[in-house]
Structures are given as C-alpha cells and as structure tokens.
Design a protein around this ligand. Structure first.
Ligand code: PLP
Length: 452
C-alpha cells in the first residue's frame, strides 16, 4: 500500500533517497522534484496538489494513447490476476507474448516477422548490435563487428547504446566504451550516394565503411527522425540512400523506432514514410504507451534464418523478455491505436502542429527551423535566425522557454546538452484534439514573448 503523504513529505524523501535520470543531481539535491505526478487524463497530468499540466511531450515521447487509459489498466489487472509473470527462457512462453509477436509481425514492414522482447529501448539496441554481430559470425566473418551510428542520434544508455549515441554528454558519460561503435556525420545524402568530392565526405557512413573495410562493419543504426538529438528529420532520399549503401556493402541496417514507432510520426512506423525495410527494427516506448516496460527487436527473415539454424543456446535474454503483463498491455495498446485511428490522427494533428509552428515563427524572431513529422516536432531558438546567429553559448533560451511554459502549465522539453544547442521538442499524445493543440500553441506563444 502506498502511504498517504503530503507533497512536501514526498519531495523530502525523494531529495534524500532518489538519484534521478538525466537530471542535474547537484541542483536536485538542493531544489527537490519539480512536480509529483499523481494522476493523468488524456493529454493532461495532474500533480499531487491538483495542478493540471498539459503534457506536450507525452512525458518521454512514449504516452502515445494518452494518460489515464482505463482499458490498459484493466488489461494489466486481468493478466496479473491470471499470471503476472512467466519467463521466456528455456523455451517457455505465455499467451500475450506469442500473440503480441504475431501482431507485430503483421504490422511491421517487409519480412520483419520475428521478435526478441526486451524491457526498453536501450536493451533493444544492445540486442540488435549483438544479433548483427552474431549474424556475421555465423557467416564466418568473425571481425565484422563494427556498428556505425550517427551524430546527434540517441540510442539509450546501456554501454553499447550509449556509445552509439551521438551526443557527447551521453556518449562519454563515465567513460564507458564499446570501441567497435563508430559515429558518422548525419544526414549527408550526396555523400552516402557516393559524392567523394563533397566537403563533408570524410566522416560520412560511406567513408567509414571504406576506411574500416566492409568486412569489418556489421551494421548501421539510425533513427527515422532523430529525437533526443534535437528532432532532426532526414533530408529527402537519405534513408533510401543508407539502405542502398548497406546493401552495396553487405552491412545490416538497424532502424531505431523507439520514438517513431506506433503512430508518432503519422505512420505506424517511421520507416513507412520511405518504404524502407531495415534488417532489424528496435521498438519500445509507444508499444505500451508507457503503461508497462516493454521493448523488442523485430528481426527480418534473412537474419532469423541464421538464428534458427543455431543449434546451441542463444546466450542472451532479459528476465523480463516477453513479460506477460507488459505484452498484454502492448496488445491492448495497439488495439486502441488501431480502433481509435490514432495513426491517422497523428498525421492530421501533425498538420495542425505544423501550422502552429509556422505561426510562432512568423511572430517571434527567435523561432528558427520549425520542423515536424506527424506529432514529433521541434524548433531552434536563435538570436537572429536570418543572420544564422545563435544565442551566446551561455544563454539557455530553450530552458527559459520550457520554464515559462511550465509556469503556464505546459510541459515541453529543452535540449541544451551541447554548447550553443537551444532546441525545444514538442510531441503530445496522439489523442490530442484541435482545441488542445491551439491551447498549446497559445501557451508557447505567450511564453516566447517572455523569452524574446
Ligand atoms: N532509442 C531512442 C530513439 C530513444 O529515444 C530512446 C529513449 O529516449 C532509447 C532508444 C532508449 O530507450 P530506453 O530509455 O527505454 O532504454
């Protein structure tokens, strides 16, 4: 039973006992938590004092079907009352895990028909790297183990996912290393198509494959739209160029769909925008809309063929791989996404969001490069966008804007991981209405007035 305590008591306990992820620990120890969330409903979260906030980022871009979905609570309850947990190790299984795997195979593009379940995005990416390396080992290429990721990409915080992340603050945290992961410059379509005279050629994926040798490169990983690196959409033709490059050099392509999957961008998966099928596809977050911890790697027939011929123990797996309760929630969550047409809604509301961002750019001089794909959006804050003049490195305009929005009961997210980086992200739950979208833009509009 959770004890009933006042917000002040909870804050004091939290300050004393909890280390928070991706939070400044020094400031947290002084200031305590910003809010104690107690309830949620649709696009809103309500704190323990009853103050309601609009959740403009779906918490961590994961609450796709919105807060307070009683059907998901019921699915978890019903499964827990039957059997809450059963392992997938040693060949055991359970109904929700098998049925969710079947559903994912039906939804995913191409022949991504098998799934290895995990508990989240980082585990999924580490699993994909291991499977890619394993795949080539089984083909007799024992040194084909390098993974190429992109600058500004975010893939999580387990050691390999951390090294694949192309944001220095995460990539270098604590000095953990997977030396076989290399970081390439992002989104250089011409270079990936083979333009060696391009000034940025050195450092693109193609140049790294050429330098390392294709017989040493296992896979390339990329997000359809880069999220935590600042919401960067790939230029036209880029994703297709990377697919062709991977095919040309016999390198596997891994899509990190942890944010983009399950409707976020107005398609069920981000890769659908370009009709590209990766060899391995990592999912998490939106699969359960955050109601339970679940992730997975969808595996193509090509890779799966090699796995199922391995006549030995596949020595990889998590206690919570295929967790029955999490999978039951995942199944119900996908049912809600399909039943309520949330993929189409993300597209439609994404068009509204685009208009809203354009309005903000037209009105506020500091708003630069507004961008979105469905309900995954961001913009830069600059001193003078026309002159390409950023704010001084010490000016944390994104943080100021986010604080101003928070004071007006809207949660959005700042990115200031690197010097001079002043970006905010917006990614509301897919259930957002047109009226709620207008309210959100109005709040940002007012908050921007306070910033600029
Ligand atoms: N990949 C992407 C694209 C992400 O955005 C994230 C988390 O934000 C991860 C992987 C890591 O997922 P998790 O935090 O569930 O380990």
């Amino acid at each position: 039973m959770i004890k009933s305590s006042s917000t002040n008591e909870i804050s004091a306990i939290d300050k004393k006992h909890v280390i928070h992820p991706t939070t400044n620990p020094y400031l947290h120890a002084k200031q305590g938590p910003k809010a104690v969330f107690a309830k949620g409903s649709g696009v809103n979260v309500i704190d323990a004092e009853g103050r309601s906030f609009m959740d403009g980022v779906s918490m961590l871009w994961n609450v796709n079907t919105g807060h307070g979905q009683k059907e998901l609570a019921a699915a978890a309850y019903e499964q827990m009352a039957e059997i809450a947990y059963g392992s997938q190790f040693y060949g055991f299984t359970n109904k929700p895990a098998a049925q969710l795997a079947e559903k994912l195979a039906a939804l995913a593009p191409g022949s991504l028909d098998s799934v290895f379940f995990t508990s989240g995005g980082s585990e999924s990416n580490d699993t994909a790297f291991k499977l890619a390396r394993f795949y080539w080992q089984q083909h007799g290429y024992s040194q084909k183990n390098k993974i190429i990721s992109l600058q500004r990409g975010y893939h999580g915080v387990t050691v390999s996912a951390q090294r694949a992340t192309g944001i220095d603050a995460f990539r270098n945290f604590s000095g953990s290393k997977d030396p076989d992961i290399l970081n390439a410059k992002a989104h250089l379509t011409e270079c990936e198509l083979g333009d060696r005279s391009h000034p940025d050629y050195k450092g693109c994926i193609r140049s790294i494959i050429e330098k390392e040798g294709a017989d040493r490169v296992a896979a390339v990983i990329l997000e359809p739209v880069q999220g935590a690196g600042g919401v960067h959409l790939p230029p036209e033709g880029y994703v297709e160029a990377v697919r062709a490059l991977c095919d040309e050099h016999n390198v596997l392509m891994i899509a990190d769909e942890v944010i983009c999957g399950f409707g976020r961008t107005g398609e069920m998966f981000g890769m659908n925008h370009w009709n590209v099928t990766p060899d391995l596809m990592c999912i998490a977050k939106g699969i359960t809309s955050g109601y339970a911890q679940l992730g997975g790697v969808l595996i193509s027939e090509k890779v799966n063929k090699v796995i199922v011929q391995y006549d030995n123990v596949l020595a990889h797996g998590f206690t919570y791989s295929g967790h029955p309760t999490a999978c039951a929630v995942g199944l119900k969550n996908i049912e809600i996404i399909e039943r309520d047409g949330l993929v189409a809604r993300a597209k439609e509301m994404g068009d509204e969001l685009k208009k809203g961002l354009q309005y903000l750019q037209d009105k506020h001089r500091c708003v630069a490069k507004p961008r979105n794909l469905g309900l995954l959006a961001g913009f830069d804050l600059m001193k003078d966008p026309e002159a390409s003049l950023p704010f001084h490195d010490s000016v944390k305009a994104a943080n100021t804007l986010v604080e101003e929005c928070f004071d007006r009961n809207l949660i959005i997210r700042p990115f200031d991981f690197e010097e001079g980086m002043n970006i905010v992200a917006i990614a509301p739950p897919l259930v957002i209405t047109k009226q709620e979208m207008e309210n959100m833009i109005t709040i940002i509009d007012e908050a921007l007035t306070a910033v600029s």
